[in-house]
Design a protein around this ligand. Structure first.
Ligand code: PLP
Length: 426
């Protein structure tokens, strides 16, 4: 197949006529499909239903230190939950605080605390003229919304398959004291599914920040979310690397079981140095008398340990893998060689990232919507919702059924072709 950009005007007009007809046919079907958010499908949620039974009847509701989990107490997590989330985060239990149901909520709180009270005795960010955050792009829209909410200036850092452009990161972090943090999704990144290389992690650990309160926001949301048993990505453990580099306090590592058990009803945790966790605890003791220990107990009794988590994640993978493969096969079959798009092929996580020709993403997403397929808004993967090239689209294949997804992928590739032809005819 010829590249679209090498086609004559007549050839493009012929294609447009054909695609317009196909589009009208699809539109007439009145579809209502959603590939917009990374939500597990109902059959994935069914995998954890037995968890609802582990505390039923006359179950012992004391944690291993004898504390009654039905009552107040134990502010930073029951020991067995710290062990479980510690294993998941690859750190010792003493480097873990267990929170409530959402890691994003903890990230928001962490920024809010730094803003109002400062990081470990440093000037609160609200008293500074300028606070900046580095944002690897494309990235997670909800991260960017938190920093935007606090009026923090966001700076785009291009992503590569190895992670963020580390030359840029080092320059900003090591030279500008207004740079206070960086958002990272280091494994199976949202939306590209990239995993930071060993060299990238080491360069993070060896940063020499101009600001003493600079922190890496290491959101390891997809740490055990593999699609393949025999083709997994590996990520170097950052806390250990930072400690070895003499930078033990430079990183906060966030995680949760949202896409392991139930989104919105899982457990979240932060892993960090003792000094950082003490800083977190000062705020926590004012904020709450304790998080949901029954949910912590439920998770520990259901999963038991890291092996239980891995076995469970294999079941998720069995459901997710065919969906990813179906979308990727459709993209490969319909778009390869046309020069109108590129896409990632992740080994885990929840997303595929698609880059259209420049100036086409918004129109593709709008066209898909017109045909009844909702995608994540174009631009959402960039700070302030502004994709400078208007080319990135996040595809979330998890929620629709395989049948629905086949149809949605078909609609998507047709919209890509149609909008690209229209662009070239401009
Ligand atoms: N971090 C990333 C990178 C995510 O993609 C998501 C959800 O999509 C979250 C955090 C949300 O996590 P939680 O449910 O623990 O708040």
């Amino acid at each position: 197949m010829k590249k679209y950009c090498e086609m004559s005007r007549e050839e493009l007009l012929d294609l447009k006529k054909e695609f317009d007809r196909e589009f009208d046919e699809i539109k007439a079907e009145g579809l209502a499909l959603d590939m917009s958010r990374g939500k597990p499908a109902p059959d994935q949620l069914d995998l954890s239903m037995k968890m609802m039974e582990v505390l039923a009847g006359d179950a012992d509701l004391k944690c291993e230190t004898g504390v009654d989990c039905r009552n107040y107490g134990v502010i930073d997590g029951i020991p067995e939950a710290k062990r479980l989330l510690g294993e998941m985060s690859e750190v010792e239990p003493e480097n873990i605080i267990i929170y409530g149901n959402s890691s994003l909520n903890v990230m928001f709180d962490t920024i809010a605390r730094s803003y109002s009270h400062g990081v470990m005795g440093n000037t609160p960010w609200c008293k500074l003229d300028k606070v900046k955050f580095l944002c690897p792009v494309p990235g997670y829209d909800r991260h960017f919304r938190i920093t935007e909410f606090f009026g923090i200036e966001m700076i785009n850092i291009p992503m590569t398959q190895e992670g963020p452009d580390m030359d840029m990161v080092e320059k900003y972090v090591n030279e500008d004291p207004a740079v206070k943090g960086i958002w990272c999704v280091p494994k199976y990144s949202n939306p590209q599914g990239y995993t930071y290389s060993e060299e990238t992690v080491k360069r993070f650990a060896h940063l020499k920040p101009a600001a003493p309160d600079f922190r890496i926001y290491w959101d390891n949301a997809y740490s055990i979310h593999h699609l393949y048993d025999d083709n997994q990505d590996f990520l170097l453990e950052i806390l250990d690397e930072c400690a070895k580099a003499g930078n033990p306090d430079i990183v906060y590592k966030f995680t949760s079981t949202s896409k392991v058990s139930f989104p919105g009803s899982g457990i979240a945790a932060v892993a960090a140095s003792k000094a950082n966790l003490d800083d977190f605890r000062k705020y926590m003791t004012v904020q709450t008398i304790g998080h949901d220990k029954l949910n912590q107990l439920r998770h520990v009794r259901f999963f038991k340990d890291i092996n239980g988590l891995h076995e469970h994640m294999k079941k998720h993978a069995d459901i997710l893998r065919p969906k990813f493969e179906l979308v990727l096969a459709t993209l490969d079959k319909e778009l390869t060689g046309l020069g109108i798009g590129e896409w990632t092929k992740p080994h885990g996580g929840y997303f595929i990232s698609f880059d259209s020709m420049e100036g086409c993403a918004k129109a593709i997403v709008a066209k898909a919507k017109e045909a009844g397929v909702v995608m994540t808004g174009a631009g959402a993967t960039y700070p302030y919702g502004k994709d400078p090239k208007d080319s990135n689209i996040r595809i979330a294949p998890s929620y629709p059924s395989v049948e629905e997804l086949g149809k949605a992928a078909e609609v998507f590739v047709l919209c890509v072709k149609l909008v690209s032809v229209e662009k070239l005819l401009e």
